[in-house]
Structure formats: structure tokens, C-alpha cells
Design a binder for this molecule. Structure first.
Ligand SMILES: *Cc1c(COP(=O)(O)O)cnc(C)c1O
Length: 332
């Protein structure tokens, strides 16, 4: 296994019980894994992936990184921070038109020195070559796919499972269900490979964030492909089929990045009970899904639930309008 990585974050991230929320949902013990606290330019799950990706960029003598994402991409913001730290030129290709004023993650990517290219088109698939072929002589590009979700980035979450296993042992906690947001597939593939490698067993309930398939295909297929590539690298001989890839598709009714009352209510609920912030795109949606499963008794009573907080806080500021919603608070 590749153990060589470029240190970018503070690990292990905390894992702790949500005491107030567990009192409120008294049939369950609810825990949280704080990858919103990885430390790299306000944290998030992309730190773990980038530790391996940046190392590969350096090892292959690349001095320029290209990546892409939505305007509020946490991945782009963290890539910009990682490149600043590793002294690598960073280009991010952002979908859509340049806004009059930068906000949230886009603003932070700018502050972190990334060169930002707008596609001026939301639908077109991103063609990295059209950008890298313009590079001056002496510059060598390293391309990081959307979300950092290839086998290299995925290794960050294989390692995260080892970290979690040690924490569970230390705190003497056994987890029955793990909830998290799944979008470009690397986090899920890493968690699944890690569970196999480190012999950890609980039910995975990945909440699918996107409504549509992404550029690489249907999410379950993307996850399966990364897992199959990882199996060879990690000497895992389990067979995985498409039906072995869990995905909860009940909460992606609105498109990617579209805020609904679901996300607003879960952001408010965790903020008011525990003083912890969720993000409007990923963790707000996934946390809503988790609470809904608890309310609807989709998980066993008396079980231990873990929510993996994957970060995303800076996007809150871009959604200020939708989040200044007092209706929810009045219902409490
Ligand atoms: C990217 C991201 C995810 C999804 O992780 P994937 O590996 O792309 O599935 C979840 N939460 C946040 C905050 C993210 O930025």
C-alpha cells in the first residue's frame, strides 16, 4: 500500500457523541466524525484525498495542478490551499459564468491564489486538455478529477477507516450504521475498501447528493470502478457487484446544490442542538436523510449511529439568502 503522502491536515479528526441530539432521538446513540475539522483552509473531506494526490503530483515532477468543479466546490478550495502549501501553481476550472462578486468557496479559492477559469457553460463536459495545452514550456500539469475521486484520492479514505477503527476501539464504541454524503464516489469507495481491509463491519447508508449521473456515469458504477481498481492495489480479493454498492437515493429530489427546506431544517437542527454547522449542499442533505431515517424507524432501535461530517462550511455564505429562513425556528 502507498503510505507516502504529503501532510496537509490535522489527524485524527475528533469523533464524539452528540449528547443533546441523542437525548432528543432517545432510541439512538448518535456520534459524529469531524472531517469538517481537518484544518486545511476550513477543512473537509478533500484534505484526505489531496494528501495522496499532491504527493503523486510531486513524485511525477508536476509543477502545475488543474482541477474542476462547481462554483462552490469545496474540492477546488482545498486544492488551492494544498497547492499553496506545496508551492504548486493551481488552476481551477469552474462551471458557469464569472459572478460580479466572489463568495464562499470561490472567494477562498481566489484568496488562496488559484487561477480561476470559468467555462461560461454549465453542461459541457470539462476538457482539461484545452487548458493544459496552453501551458508554457517547463510546466508540467497534474490533473485532479472532479472531487479528487480517482484511486489515488480514494486512498485517503481507506486510511480514514483505519483511523476510525482505532478511535472506536479507544472509546469502546461499536457502530451499527454509518451515514455520509456521497457525490463523486471517492469517499464511498475509500470507506468500502477500508472496511474490507481493516475488517470493520457496520451498515453503510451513503446519501446520494446528485440527482443525475455525473460525467463518469451513474454513481454506483463510479464507486464500483474505483473499488475494483483499489482491490488490486490493496491486495483485496473480495468480489464486488453493482448490487453491493449501497446508495440511498431518497433525498436528491432537488438538483445538486439546490437548497430546500430539508437542508435548511437539518442545518438549523444540528446548529441549535449541538452548535455544529453543516453545509447547504452535502452534509445538510445527508444529515436530513439521516434524521428522516431515524424518525421513520428505518434503523434498529437502540443502535449506534455515526454521521461522517465531510465539511463544506464556506458554502453557507453563498446560500445566505435561502438560509435566512425564520419559519423553521418559529416551529421549534
Ligand atoms: C466533495 C464533498 C462530499 C462528497 O464526497 P465524494 O467523495 O465526492 O463523494 C461530501 N461533503 C462535502 C462537504 C464535500 O465537499
Amino acid at each position: 500500500m502507498i503510505t507516502n503522502k504529503y501532510n496537509l491536515g490535522f489527524f485524527p479528526t475528533p469523533m464524539h457523541k452528540l449528547e443533546n441530539l441523542s437525548k432528543k432521538y432517545s432510541d439512538y446513540n448518535i456520534y459524529i466524525k469531524r472531517d469538517d475539522q481537518t484544518g486545511l483552509a476550513s477543512g473537509g473531506n478533500k484534505t484526505r484525498k489531496l494528501e495522496y494526490l499532491i504527493k503523486e503530483a510531486i513524485d511525477t515532477n508536476c509543477n502545475v495542478v488543474f482541477t474542476a468543479g462547481a462554483q462552490q466546490s469545496n474540492h477546488c478550495r482545498q486544492t488551492a490551499a494544498a497547492c499553496a502549501l506545496a508551492n504548486i501553481e493551481c488552476h481551477i476550472i469552474v462551471k458557469g459564468n464569472e459572478p460580479k462578486q466572489y463568495q464562499g468557496n470561490l472567494l477562498l479559492s481566489h484568496l488562496l491564489g488559484a487561477k480561476i477559469h470559468f467555462t461560461n457553460n454549465d453542461d459541457k463536459e470539462i476538457d482539461f486538455n484545452s487548458y493544459t495545452e496552453k501551458l508554457e514550456k517547463g510546466k508540467k500539469a497534474f490533473i485532479i478529477p472532479i472531487g479528487g475521486s480517482n484511486i489515488t484520492g480514494t486512498l485517503g479514505y481507506v486510511e480514514a477507516i483505519k483511523e476510525l477503527k482505532l478511535q472506536l476501539e479507544k472509546q469502546n464504541v461499536k457502530i451499527d450504521y454509518l451515514f455520509f454524503a456521497s457525490s463523486s464516489g471517492g469517499t464511498q469507495a475509500g470507506i468500502m475498501l477500508g472496511m474490507q481491509l481493516y475488517k470493520l463491519n457496520f451498515e453503510l447508508i451513503p446519501i446520494k447528493i446528485d440527482k443525475d449521473a455525473n460525467e463518469k456515469g451513474e454513481l454506483a458504477e463510479v464507486v464500483l470502478n474505483i473499488i475494483n481498481e483499489g482491490k488490486t492495489l490493496l491486495n483485496i480479493d473480495t468480489e464486488y457487484k453493482l448490487s453491493d454498492i449501497p446508495l440511498n437515493r431518497n433525498y436528491n429530489e432537488s438538483e445538486y446544490g439546490v437548497l430546500t427546506n430539508n437542508e435548511v431544517s437539518s442545518i438549523n437542527e444540528l446548529a441549535l442542538t449541538e452548535g455544529i454547522l453543516l453545509d447547504p449542499v452535502y452534509t445538510g442533505r445527508a444529515f436530513y436523510g439521516m434524521l428522516d431515517c431515524l424518525k421513520n424507524k428505518m434503523v434498529r432501535k437502540k443502535s449506534n449511529i455515526l454521521f461522517w461530517h465531510t465539511g463544506g462550511i464556506p458554502a453557507l455564505f453563498e446560500y445566505a439568502n435561502g438560509l435566512t429562513n425564520i419559519n423553521y425556528r418559529q416551529q421549534q
